[in-house]
Design a protein around this ligand. Structure first.
Ligand SMILES: [Zn+2]
Length: 189
């Protein structure tokens, strides 16, 4: 398991995703968005921070401060408001995001949400990202010997009958051994 390497690969993929990906790919089912619009949006979304802001917006409406704190919580890194606010504004100018002013606590805040167009953009980006991630993690995937699910991090290993066997979890290992024992007993009878 070389998760450092996977992380490194992911970073490279993230940096290059917008350069290598063909913007026309996700235009097929998205007739509302013009080609020029997509190209300039691709320029905008040029790094991980912006990509991550989109994932936060995709989950639902959020005000600026909320985006900042969610970002910090999940990425374990601060994102500068001087990146977030202009990006939101750019997205709004492109018709990908709209805002409404709502009272949050004692203050009035701009609550941002993705437009229909913005959601479609995100769906397209996430699809591309998922494809690249699955390429990046494939070499380190293994399959649980009991349930057959794919595991790419953690998992559970146990030596069974002299052979190191991999499982998704200890419960699967337990069931695996039980099944084996039952089979043995059946063979003895
Ligand atoms: Zn399993």
């Amino acid at each position: 398991m070389c998760s450092q390497y996977t992380k490194y690969l992911l970073e490279i993929y993230l940096k290059n995703i917008y350069i290598y990906a063909n913007p026309l790919q996700y235009l097929k089912d998205n007739t509302m968005v013009t080609e020029t619009k997509i190209e300039s949006i691709d320029d905008l979304i040029s790094d991980f921070s912006r990509f991550y802001i989109l994932t936060i917006l995709y989950e639902g409406p959020a005000h600026g401060y909320c985006i900042l704190s969610r970002f910090k919580k999940r990425v374990k890194k601060e994102v500068s408001p001087s990146l977030v606010y202009p990006f939101l504004q750019q997205l709004e100018e492109k018709g990908m995001v709209k805002h409404t002013v709502k009272p949050v606590g004692e203050k009035e805040r701009k609550v941002f949400e993705l437009t229909e167009e913005g959601r479609e953009l995100c769906t397209g980006l996430f699809k591309r990202f998922a494809d690249l991630v699955s390429i990046a993690i494939k070499p380190s995937l293994y399959v649980c010997a009991h349930c057959g699910c794919k595991v790419y991090e953690g998992g559970y290993r146990e030596v069974i009958e002299g052979k190191e066997t991999t499982f998704c979890c200890m419960h699967c290992a337990h069931s695996f051994k039980e099944t084996k024992n039952l089979a043995k007993k059946a063979a003895q009878n």
